[in-house]
Write a protein that binds this ligand. Structure first.
Ligand code: GAR
Length: 193
């Protein structure tokens, strides 16, 4: 069985979309794959409660409890490896990962970013897209590499920027698309893992 572990920091709506797609499309039968665990760097992340309700392992590795990024990543890696992941999925995971941690999961770690990469890596993507006068915005699913928000692109979705948009209204429009493209990108990758 190909185990999928999802990392979240917040509400976890992308994580929930992936869990629901895995159930709806029976990834177990289709790809021999299953979501086994949700791990958060924030003990209060809403996504953990949803994961527990779904009967998944839900674990927190609180980055604030560790003196260095490396110590945090050692603990995070130990939790991940206990679940023997074929695929690690970053879904609103808001910690920067070191190159050595990324190397550990090379080719089997994905991220979703709320912009049309390579435009607007980093934070505040929607505000920056509005300030730049973009007519279109979107989201990108990509392989994780050592450089933040880079790495081979697997899927993108485009939405229009509408008159009167705020960062919040644009984010909501993009998020709806994220929930479609992230499960689709994972399903396309699973047969190759
Ligand atoms: C999503 O919009 C995701 O693209 C973004 O955080 C949100 C998480 O929402 N990720 C990043 O900004 C990563 N740098 P969710 O917790 O409801 O899935």
């Amino acid at each position: 069985m190909k185990n999928i572990v999802i990392l979240v920091s917040g509400g976890g709506s992308n994580m929930a979309a992936i869990v629901r797609a895995a159930q709806r499309d029976n990834w177990r039968a289709a790809y021999g794959a299953q979501v086994v665990a949700v791990v958060s760097n924030r003990p209060d992340a809403g996504g953990l409660a949803f994961a527990r309700e779904q009967g998944l392992a839900a674990e927190a590795v609180d980055h604030k409890q560790f003196p260095t990024r490396e110590a945090f990543e050692d603990a995070l890696g130990a939790v991940l490896d206990r679940h023997q992941p074929a695929l690690v999925v970053l879904a609103g995971f808001m910690r920067i990962l070191t190159p050595s941690f990324v190397a550990r999961y090379q080719g089997r770690m994905l991220n979703i970013h709320p912009s049309l990469l390579p435009a607007f890596p980093g934070l505040h993507t929607h505000q920056r897209a509005l300030e730049a006068g973009c007519r279109f915005a979107g989201a990108t699913v990509h392989q994780v590499t050592a450089e933040l928000d880079h790495g081979p692109i697997l899927e993108q979705a485009v939405v229009p920027v509408l008159p009167g948009d705020t960062a919040e209204t644009l984010a909501a429009r993009v998020l709806t698309q994220e929930h479609l493209i992230y499960p689709r990108a994972i399903a396309a990758l699973l047969p190759r893992l």
